[in-house]
Write a protein that binds this ligand. Structure first.
Ligand code: NAG
Ligand code: NAG
Ligand code: NAG
Ligand code: NAG
Ligand code: NAG
Ligand code: NAG
Ligand code: NAG
Length: 925
């Protein structure tokens, strides 16, 4: 919600900085300098290649990112956003090499190591940006010697230690940003000396202690962000002196004491957030003087007293959150004047009275009044809130019927009226709520039939009508709610048949019908749930359709409970769906352990079916004529792969263990591992597992069938290899990057594939890459920095560090990816190059000589660019030092951003040596 104000702040930050700096550089003259020293320091950075430095005549002034003064001495270095690899900051700033440097921008340059004390020798520096790097260690005291500094940004690093009081010497500072480090200890009171400061950001550290009183001397301050630290004590009573403050952002601290009334003097303030502190007392009426406020968040504190009517003066307010406090009384009518209000959150207070005052807020989008003591009826005027998307009024004391005007809220997505005392019928025009995804009316006194108009809720995912007095039967229309995932009609007075078509709701994961008076037994279509126990004993292999392809989240195994009146009133028939209702999709979801996801019986069978049909084991047997050799399309390290065309025409691939191999615990383990990993993954560049059978007599996995087979086979067939032109090859590499990036970054814990080879990259009919074979994949435990395990992988692709360590990290996959990428460009495994990389004869090889000679060299500007980019990324990934390999995340960004690695006209000149040190080469001009 702060996004807009923060982006404004960034641009104003930049504007201030630029204005001041350009003045500064004009004023300053050049002092004595040594050209050799400057060149030496540039070379030490390893950002520019020695060749480049030599070819730019005698001075480095023409290098990209460098600016010199008239005397030829370097005044600005800005390599922000260049295509470079990290270096140790200490190497670059070794000795006092840049006496005339005014502007140093090394943001996002993958710097590591600590900030060396030599930084203090850059005595003319006015602008220093080291943000978004991996710098560690403490802030050097010598920073305090940069007496002309105007902007200092060290945010997003790993700096530890306390904020030294020497920073108070930097009295020219206008912007100070130390956000997102590991700084701790108190804010030194010397910061109060930085009286020209307009922007101060110390957010997301571990800073504690009280706010120093001296902070109120920073009268130019426009933005102060100290959010997410451990600052305690009370807000200085003279905070009102910071008259220029526009943003005061301190959520997630331990502030206590009352809100000082001097806050009312902050008339320029637009954003005030003190969310999640321990602030007590009542909201001072002076708050109404902050008329520029657009965002006010005082949620999750210990505020009491009633809402001051002066709040109504905050006519620019768009978001007001006072949730989770102890605010009492009723909503003052003046609130109705805040006509710009879009978000109002008063959840979890002790508010009472009736709702009318808020009904004038026609711009409301989110309204949350849950868990209060509001009473009275829902007035028909609720229909005026035309923009409302989320209307949460649960856990109050509302009475009367639900007004039918609620059906006029056509933008509504979430409606909760649960746990009130509402009575009467469901409104009849529910089908108007086309965007509604969640409808919660549980625990009221609603009655009458469940209206068929419910069937018009096209977007509904979650319906909870439990604990009411609904009667009649379940309307068949419910069976057409195709995205429904959860339906709770329990504890009502429903009768009749349970519609068999409920089984058509392919996304339904939870169904609760308990506590009703249905008069039939279980429809056949739901019958697959029944005696799973029995099947587990008898069948050799059990395949049943559990969950179907879906887009949602992972669900736990659900119980479906249906009560019937045929069976003794008190007894429930409990149907356990053995089939796993887990939906695939990894993004931000925890990967479960095997035990959680897979039901085992006597240790020898478990199965899941994630395919869209009523497929049975016998179909598989028929389709392959009991795994006849004619259907075999390959044999791998273990087992064979078959192609099976199912009766519905769909083709799948089956990987089956040979009978002798089934006895082998290691192979079993690898099969189980593959199931465990793949059932959780959903990504277009990762092979889909449709189902599996793990049983002594038949052990097989069922996958998506990839028409073109493995990348290895395609590259080794001259005809097919020619079909893979440069564009397709680059596209294949991008697909692999996407898959690995997803495994490493979007899954929690991250998954390391451990066997990335051209054999395990399959191609679909469009020649897009799909990563397969997860038999050796490993989940990385986030609590341990490295994982040890037995060596796995394929010779020729294994990262070199695994020769002397058994630590598995995502960087092992990065290395293997480097091999695969290079192999894709070369058309064959790069073994000779890999074994002779350090030698200069290999480094002198031209890129164009090692590219697949069956294809003409890339010609179009784009192809040339892409091949060079992919080649330089491949070599970066092949770095022997895992720490210096990029992460897949970085690789993916570099590809996506089309960073310019090399000048087009140099393509024929590019050597492996260049690619291994992809510095800012001689870029055009
Ligand atoms: C620069 O060029 C000279 C002569 O061409 C050579 O001797 C020297 O080693 C080169 N320096 C670097 C750093 O490559
Ligand atoms: C700084 O330079 C000295 C001598 O030139 C060298 O011994 C030292 O290793 C360098 N320090 C770093 C961090 O590179
Ligand atoms: C700051 O500069 C002064 C004078 O140039 C010097 O004596 C002092 O050691 C420097 N301080 C640090 C911490 O580098
Ligand atoms: C503070 O800013 C003002 C106006 O920009 C300037 O004149 C003054 O020199 C600055 N103070 C310091 C200590 O740099
Ligand atoms: C501090 O830096 C971060 C990222 O560089 C930026 O998002 C933030 O707005 C900066 N803070 C200030 C006060 O400018
Ligand atoms: C609101 O903010 C603007 C710009 O910061 C300022 O000019 C104006 O005086 C403020 N309004 C009040 C009532 O202070
Ligand atoms: C609200 O007040 C009650 C007692 O009046 C207290 O027990 C409770 O902790 C308070 N809750 C909050 C969030 O301050």
């Amino acid at each position: 919600m702060m996004a807009s104000s923060i982006s404004n702040s960034v641009s104003s930050f930049a504007a201030v900085a630029v204005a001041l700096i350009s003045c500064a550089s004009l004023v300053l003259g050049s002092v004595e300098y040594s050209p050799e020293q400057e060149v030496k320091a540039l070379l030490a950075s390893e950002w520019w290649s020695p060749e480049c430095l030599n070819s730019t005549t005698t001075t480095p002034c023409k290098l990209p990112g460098i600016t010199c003064n008239r005397a030829g001495s370097i005044t600005r270095i800005s390599i922000h956003k260049f295509f470079i690899y990290g270096t140790e900051l200490g190497k670059f700033l070794n000795g006092s090499s840049f006496p005339n440097l005014v502007h140093l921008d090394l943001a996002a340059a993958e710097l590591y190591g600590s900030i060396p004390p030599e930084i203090g020798t850059l005595s003319k520096l006015t602008y220093l940006d080291l943000s978004h790097n991996y710098l560690s260690g403490e802030l050097p005291l010598s920073l305090g010697n940069l007496s002309q500094l105007v902007v200092l940004d060290i945010s997003f690093n790993h700096i530890r230690g306390s904020i030294s009081s020497e920073l108070g010497n930097l009295n020219t500072l206008v912007a100070l940003n130390l956000s997102s480090n590991f700084l701790y200890g108190p804010i030194p009171s010397s910061l109060g000396l930085l009286t020209n400061l307009t922007h101060l950001d110390i957010s997301a550290n571990q800073i504690n202690g009280q706010l120093p009183l001296s902070i109120t001397s920073l009268t130019h301050l426009m933005e102060f962000d100290a959010s997410y630290n451990a600052i305690n004590g009370s807000i200085p009573i003279h905070i009102g002196k910071l008259k220029n403050l526009q943003l005061l952002f301190m959520p997630g601290n331990r502030l206590d004491g009352p809100l000082p009334s001097s806050l009312g003097q902050l008339t320029k303030l637009t954003t005030l957030s003190l969310y999640s502190n321990n602030i007590s007392g009542s909201i001072p009426p002076e708050i109404g003087k902050m008329t520029n406020l657009t965002h006010l968040d005082l949620g999750k504190n210990m505020l009491n007293g009633s809402l001051p009517s002066s709040l109504g003066q905050l006519s620019k307010l768009t978001a007001l959150s006072l949730d989770s406090n102890n605010i009492t009384g009723s909503i003052p009518p003046e609130i109705g004047k805040m006509t710009n209000l879009a978000h109002l959150d008063l959840r979890e207070n002790m508010l009472m009275g009736q709702l009318p005052p808020i009904l004038g807020l026609v711009n409301l989008v989110d309204l949350d009044l849950s868990v209060n003591m509001f009473d009275g009826q829902l007035p028909p005027e609720i229909g005026y809130l035309k923009n409302v998307k989320s209307l949460l009024l649960g856990d109050n004391r509302l009475t009367g019927a639900i007004p039918s005007t609620i059906c006029d809220l056509t933008n509504l997505q979430y409606l909760s009226l649960s746990r009130n005392q509402l009575s009467g019928l469901l409104p009849s025009r529910l089908e108007n709520l086309k965007k509604l995804t969640s409808l919660k009316l549980s625990s009221n006194n609603l009655m009458g039939p469940i209206t068929p108009s419910l069937g018009g809720l096209r977007s509904i995912q979650d319906i909870d009508l439990s604990y009411n007095h609904f009667n009649g039967s379940i309307p068949i229309e419910i069976c057409s709610l195709s995205v429904l995932t959860s339906l709770d009609l329990s504890n009502n007075l429903l009768v009749g048949e349970i519609p068999y078509k409920l089984a058509d709701l392919v996304n339904l994961a939870t169904l609760n019908l308990v506590g009703n008076h249905f008069n039939c037994c279980i429809p056949c279509s739901l019958e697959y749930t029944i005696d799973a126990e029995e099947h587990l004993h008898n069948s050799s292999c059990l395949l049943f359709h559990a969950n179907r392809p879906s887009t949602g989240i992972i669900n736990k195994v659900k119980l479906i409970i249906v009560s019937t009146s045929v069976i003794l009133a008190s007894s429930f028939l409990v149907l356990i769906i053995w089939a796993m209702f887990f939906k695939r999709g990894c993004k931000n979801k925890k990967i479960k352990s095997l035990d959680e996801t897979i039901a085992t019986k006597n240790g020898d069978i478990f199965s899941v079916w994630n395919y869209d049909g009523n497929l049975a084991y016998k179909d598989i047997i028929q389709a392959t004529e009991d795994f006849d050799i004619r259907y075999c399309i390959g044999t791998g390290g273990y087992g064979s792969v078959y192609r099976a065309q199912l009766p519905n025409g769909k083709v799948v691939a089956l990987k089956k263990l040979h009978t002798s191999e089934v006895e082998e615990p290691a192979l079993r383990k690898s099969f189980e591992n593959e199931v465990k990993t793949l059932t959780e993954l959903k990504h277009r560049n990762i092979v889909r597992l449709y189902g599996f059978c793990l049983h002594k007599r038949c052990m097989f996995l069922i996958y998506q069938y990839l028409e073109r087979g493995s990348l290895f086979c395609v590259l080794n067939n001259d005809v097919e290899a020619m079909e893979l032109d440069w564009k397709k090859r680059v596209n294949i590499i991008k697909g692999i990057v996407n898959a690995l990036c997803y495994l490493h970054n979007d899954c929690t814990p991250p998954i390391v594939h451990r066997d990335v080879t051209t054999n395990n990259v399959l191609l679909n009919s469009e020649l897009e890459a799909v990563v397969a074979d997860f038999g050796t994949a490993k989940l990385l435990d986030p609590n341990s920095t490295t994982q040890t395990t037995i060596l796995a992988g394929t010779y020729g692709y294994i990262a070199p560090e695994l020769a002397y360590t058994i630590a598995v990290t995502v960087k092992c996959d990065v290395y293997s990816f480097g091999v695969v990428a290079l192999e894709t460009l070369m058309g064959k495994h790069p073994k000779e190059i890999l074994s002779s990389l350090p030698s200069s004869s290999t480094q002198n090889l031209k890129l164009i000589e090692i590219l697949d000679q069956r294809l003409a060299p890339p010609r179009s500007r784009l192809a040339v660019h892409n091949v060079a980019l992919v080649a330089s990324i491949a070599f970066a990934c092949l770095n022997a030092d895992p720490k210096r390999r990029p992460t897949m995340d970085i690789v993916s960004k570099q590809i996506a951003e089309h960073r310019k690695p090399l000048a087009d006209h140099c393509f024929h000149e590019i050597t492996i040596g260049h690619l291994m040190n992809p510095l800012v080469l001689c870029i055009d001009g």
